[in-house]
Design a protein around this ligand. Sequence first.
Ligand code: HEC
Length: 102
Amino acid sequence: MKRQFLTVISAVALTAATNVAVAGDVAAGKAKAATCAGCHGANGISAVPTYPNLAGQKEAYLIATLTGFRDGTRKNATMNPMAKPLSDADIKNLAAFYSSLK
Ligand code: HEC
């Protein structure tokens, strides 16, 4: 009985730790976005008509489209090389950052 209780407790602790790792980190995303700011703006609002605004965009959409740029399923000569070096964690953090901007 005691052993079973401990198993439940560690499962809960593990789930909590996993959730932290899964959710994007806004501060880490902001740091990573330094290389994106030249085109998409420091506040996610672009100054160039052909560069899209990212501020307030849906987090899940940003994850999906950045993953697409990285993996080549979404093709764009500018964005494919920008997304190439991004890890899954980088993408989640960038998505959390841009979606948090208003
Ligand atoms: C040299 C300029 C430039 C840089 C630097 C740049 N981007 Fe982009 N980005 C673009 C352009 C141009 C597009 C539009 C691509 C298209 O038409 O498919 C775009 C599109 C996007 C989109 C898709 C927006 C949408 O509405 O579908 C996302 C997300 C994005 N960029 C994120 C980033 C991130 C994150 C970085 C930094 C790692 C970055 N970009 C760096 C120029 C840039």
